[in-house]
Design a protein around this ligand. Structure first.
Ligand code: DC
Length: 252
């Protein structure tokens, strides 16, 4: 599978993925808890790579919707995940994006945020076969060294030995307020109550699925972000990371 090929290409030439994951920062939490914003700022401060694993599930969802693959057909969806080339690279356009996402070469950074993807991504990511198809690529990314990885099951399943594990939490109302504001800023028409209902529905699917459900990983620090600025959250996580990284030697 060539998922996230460009990111994998940042592995040092000839270097095997590192087995030591102490420089991996796993940030998990429910939809719209502020994970990506916080992770971007944190990665900048640490000089680490950022990888938002939700982009993989979203890109597979977009590909499935376009190809007419039913959201119930786990095997066909996993095949699709294997066949498609998904790349996540630094942002090429100053339009508010945090990174570029390409699906077979096409820029799908914004299409993967469309309401139709939003409405189907949790169902598609609940299939164990889809999760298995995306696991290898995620683990390779964890092998680059200093990387901030964002998702739902990074600390519990993808990189259980990550040096720092954080679970970002916020009330559904706070998350809906943030997601609604984001949508309005992008010119999308959305009602707050619809956004709230959508988030609640995704929370239920994400946390009750059998395969890698959303939950606080053993050893993770939970941060409730209601009433906190992104900067305050980043400060807290940076302190945690520096205390762990202080005792980890840089790979040669
Ligand atoms: O973080 P996000 O909203 O972009 O994630 C989109 C969906 O992908 C979300 O409903 C759950 C799923 N997801 C997942 O199951 N595991 C991950 N590691 C990341 C995302």
């Amino acid at each position: 599978m060539t998922t996230a090929g460009a990111t994998i290409a940042t592995l040092r030439a000839g270097a095997a993925p590192l087995e030591d994951h102490r420089r991996v920062v796993a940030i998990d939490g429910p939809a719209a808890a502020g994970k990506t914003t916080v992770a971007r700022a944190l990665a900048d401060r640490l000089g680490a790579m950022l990888f938002d694993t939700g982009t993989l599930y979203r890109a597979v969802t977009l590909a499935a919707l376009r190809a007419g693959v039913p959201v119930t057909d786990g095997a066909a969806l996993a095949e699709l995940a294997d066949a498609r080339h998904i790349e996540v690279t630094p942002p090429s356009t100053p339009d508010g994006r945090l990174y570029d996402v390409r699906l077979d070469g096409e820029d799908v950074t914004w299409p993967i945020r469309d309401p139709e993807v939003e409405a189907n991504v949790s169902d598609i990511s609940a299939h164990p076969a889809v999760r298995a198809a995306l696991l290898t690529a995620q683990r390779r990314i964890a092998g680059v060294g200093a990387v901030v990885m964002v998702g739902r099951d990074i600390g519990s399943t993808v990189v259980p030995d990550a040096g720092v594990k954080v679970f970002l939490q916020a009330s559904p109302e706070e998350r809906a307020r943030r997601r609604h504001a984001e949508l309005v800023e992008r010119g999308a028409s959305a009602l707050y109550n619809d956004v709230l209902a959508e988030l609640r529905a995704r929370d239920i699917i994400d946390s009750t699925r059998d395969a890698s459900p959303l939950r606080v990983a053993p050893g993770a620090t939970t941060i409730v972000t209601d009433g906190l600025s992104a900067e305050q959250v980043v400060d807290t996580i940076e302190t945690l990371v520096r205390s762990v990284w202080g005792s980890v030697e840089e790979p040669a």
